[in-house]
Design a protein around this ligand. Structure first.
Ligand code: HEC
Ligand code: HEC
Ligand code: HEC
Ligand code: HEC
Length: 424
């Protein structure tokens, strides 16, 4: 028992589970009262945005009409879900815990209040936390944001906490994962970039002067960079949880790059430059979550860039064995802690990071689709942050076209498109 405990503590240390106070809503203690308790017309269910209070008050309408999360449960009845369930041998998808864990607010029955409905899908409390203890008090104008958080409101404005929340479903966590079995049954591949997805949701909040005062001056470069750091940590966690702790004959294949295996034999990949240093025929990890770390390191701690290249190569090499994997993960985690300390400079250096990504692209370093996809999303938001997106729109269109279809991704075409940039 004792050793299990020590093991758990060392894992927490290693992978930076959020502090207990910030446990993601699905696992925290509080009761979830249901979307209906938030949605009254005088609360968050106003038809139009209002200005009487600090918040818009039409969050429910935005969520129910525009946000895909309100449909996350309903889609478990559609043809695709029925086929996935059938292929997995499940009676149906809408009652299967494995689907509900990401497609609804699947808290245990004893934490569901009288108005709670699973059919709300990914509702307010899936992200904002069970409202048991803040529901009646959070409207008090004298009660500050810090007190609400103490009462169980999840700090979605804290970027680290937000990343952990979104990634728990969009990448997986210690308890749930879109496994290769689910993928093989027909589930789409998951990918996320925090800032792009925050914008796509779409946001139901306005970053105005009172927001900045109450919370923070939301900065998309910081959201992107912290998102990348947390995605790297999540990659470490998922490998730790679902790869190195298992002794199945086949490892969890969803942790590897789908396109490492799923590509036609005629599509010979050794023609292109290798970046991870694996021998031919190896299965590469899905390192989407690590792919944007190098350009940040090159700018923020250039003297460490060789170390990072070595660490990530070691991880790739160790991923096919059990020996050495734990150490490799630990070294990478420590490295990421070092990067975190430099992230306060990210906004002022964002142009250099953008140019670094461009340079890597022009040198053909984005051999894998998942990394190219991250590079395009990054360039889009970094151009925006540097005020030069407008004049690069045509070029961005060309870039997006190269990653539009994952099955037809061609690294040489991507490299060429990167070389076609003009005057960033
Ligand atoms: C680890 C979390 C996770 C699990 C487990 C999971 N899903 Fe999903 N699923 C997602 C996310 C996130 C998306 C959205 C992906 C995107 O668009 O980026 C999604 C998308 C889908 C889609 C496509 C939706 C669309 O709009 O086209 C279907 C269908 C689906 N899931 C069904 C299922 C079924 C059935 C199960 C159970 C067997 C399941 N999912 C399990 C997270 C999960
Ligand atoms: C997928 C996650 C998610 C869901 C679902 C969600 N929110 Fe949010 N919400 C966020 C994020 C992220 C923010 C922005 C960060 C912040 O200010 O906390 C936010 C901000 C808010 C704000 C703060 C606005 C401000 O000015 O401070 C309110 C109010 C809010 N949401 C209400 C709701 C309500 C009501 C629902 C359900 C109808 C809901 N949210 C559903 C993620 C979510
Ligand atoms: C409880 C699980 C869960 C959490 C937490 C969650 N999502 Fe999702 N998200 C989903 C599922 C499931 C879908 C697919 C819904 C659909 O297709 O209708 C989805 C879809 C999306 C989409 C649409 C993707 C597309 O391809 O169009 C965006 C954008 C998104 N989520 C952003 C976020 C952000 C940002 C956060 C964190 C603030 C977040 N999500 C948190 C489960 C979750
Ligand atoms: C180590 C190699 C490997 C990796 C990595 C891998 N797969 Fe697979 N995949 C297989 C094999 C082997 C099969 C079963 C053979 C078959 O049906 O073609 C399979 C089957 C599938 C199928 C069903 C195909 C069919 O025709 O029925 C899908 C869909 C799928 N994988 C998606 C994915 C996705 C998405 C990823 C990445 C998250 C991924 N795979 C990663 C080897 C891999």
């Amino acid at each position: 028992m004792k050793s299990v405990h020590v093991f758990f503590i060392s894992i927490c240390f290693l992978i930076h589970l959020p502090a207990l106070g910030n446990e993601i809503p699905q696992y925290a203690e509080k009761m979830h009262m249901g979307v209906a308790t938030c949605a009254s017309g005088v609360c968050h269910g106003s038809i139009r945005a209002r200005s009487a209070t600090n918040v818009l008050q039409n969050e429910f309408v935005t969520w129910s009409r525009l946000d895909p999360h309100s449909n996350a449960y309903n889609l478990l009845f559609n043809e695709d879900s029925r086929r996935i369930a059938r292929n997995l041998g499940l009676p149906n998808a809408h009652e299967a815990g494995v689907c509900l864990d990401c497609h609804a607010d699947n808290v245990p029955i004893k934490r569901r209040g009288p108005k709670f409905q699973l059919s709300d899908g990914v509702g307010c409390e899936s992200c904002h936390g069970g409202s048991e203890s803040y529901l009646s008090s959070h409207t008090d104008p004298n009660q500050g944001h810090a007190q609400n958080i103490e009462d169980g409101l999840y700090p979605t404005d804290d970027v680290v906490a937000r990343a952990n929340l979104c990634f728990s479903c969009h990448m997986g966590d210690q308890n749930k994962i879109a496994s290769h079995e689910i993928m093989g049954a027909g589930h789409p591949r998951l990918s996320i970039e925090l800032d792009t997805f925050t914008a796509l949701e779409p946001p139901h909040y306005l970053v105005d002067s009172d927001y900045r005062e109450r919370k923070w001056k939301e900065d998309s470069v910081v959201v992107w960079a912290v998102g990348q750091l947390q995605a790297a940590r999540k990659t470490v966690l998922l490998i730790e949880e679902h790869l190195s702790n298992r002794d199945d004959r086949f490892p969890e294949l969803s942790l590897f790059d789908c396109h490492a295996c799923h590509h036609p034999m005629s599509d010979i990949k050794w023609q292109q430059k290798r970046t991870v240093g694996l021998p031919p025929g190896s299965v590469r990890l899905n390192d989407a979550g690590l792919s944007m770390i190098l350009p940040m390191v090159e700018v923020l701690m250039p003297e460490e860039s060789r170390t990072f290249v070595t660490l990530s190569r070691n991880l790739h090499l160790a991923s096919s064995k059990t020996i050495g994997l734990a150490r490799s993960l630990e070294e990478l985690s420590i490295f990421l802690d070092g990067l975190e300390e430099k992230l306060n400079l990210i906004s002022e250096r964002s142009k250099d990071v953008m140019l670094e990504i461009l340079k890597m692209g022009q040198e053909g370093k984005f051999r894998d689709y998942v990394a190219a996809e991250q590079a395009v999303m990054a360039l889009d938001l970094l151009l925006q942050a540097n005020g030069t997106r407008g004049r690069s729109e045509n070029w961005l269109d060309v870039l997006y076209a190269t990653v539009e279809n994952q099955d037809r991704y061609n690294p040489l075409a991507f490299q060429k498109a990167m070389q076609g940039s003009a005057g960033l």
